[in-house]
Ligand binder design. Sequence first.
Ligand code: IPM
Ligand code: MG
Length: 371
Amino acid sequence: MKLKITVLPGDGVGPEVIEQALRVLKAVEELYDHKFEFDEKPVGGAAIRQAGSPLPVATLDACLQSDAVLLGAVGSPEYDALAPNERPEAGLLNLRRALGGYANLRPAISYRPIMDCSPLRANVIEGADILIVRELLGGLYFGEPRRFLRDAEDGASAFNTMRYCAEEIERVARVAFVEARRRRRKVTSVDKANVLETSQLWREVVTRVSKDYADITLDHLYVDACAMHMMMNPRKFDVVLTENLFGDILSDEAAAITGSLGMLASASIGGAVDLYEPVHGSAPDIAGRGLANPLGAITSAAMLLRHTACLEQEAQDIEEAILTVLEAGHRTQDLDRGSSGHSIVTTSEMGSLVADALAEIADRRFAYHAV
Ligand code: IPM
Ligand code: MG
């Protein structure tokens, strides 16, 4: 299998975690005999410094000509004073829009070897496995008009627009129902239909679309109740389908089930080119010190192999390699709970442990097939 991947390390811890994801992808190339072509380009603050824009034309062109994009993180306190449309984050939002992936898949899983990392009790999170399907190109993030009115006579004011059309809701709902078929066949649609018109439309459309998926159970929750139930009883969720901002918030909350935001991966699919990124941000406070957890980025690489390349076996083997390394007691500092029996490793040590574990898993598989 040949794949052309544009790599956007971005800001903060982005470059460190992406380096480890690439190490694992290169191991996959070698072990499973694939050919991946990597093309690295700047995005976010790094691109503002190099090219004066958070999403330079050359970066976007390279992304549009590839099979998939793997991004680290964007955002830097250096640019906090800039207007929203000039900040590093604008580069990411424009990239998402240009690539067209409207369905953002964010798995939040309780991994047995790191269950103690969650502040939630083991008997609450054990076996929890949620897939958040976040609508990524609509709602408040992109709604027009939007404005910050600084010089208004009666003091400053600002507004954003939350707008959804039926078609935008329908296409992401279909992704959620299809994903549910690969899982436990349950979709919880999350909205605020007791207050918002956009949510009333959301509920209406999701209910209509669900008729095409009679084998999937659908229920609805208000977002505030969902935030609570996710912590009280995460096991009751399978696929959570929601709009852009609610999904942004709920996916960070869901990280508490896993125990660290550094573990979470995401895929943005449905558009011209799929985009993969860890959920954690640029974490400027720990950047460049080998403290970042690369497992979110490595899991994002596994999602890339699964969704864009249909390399299910390779994706599963990476996930198994990660579990093997965690079971052996290796942890990055975000997973350090001061308990004994763990070795605290750097970002690159974690990457090489996963690559080594993968090599063993692959060797076993090929040895088995040879007999
Ligand atoms: C995320 C991030 C982004 C978002 C930011 C960096 C623009 O929080 O991917 O969840 O809000 O979508
Ligand atoms: Mg977020």
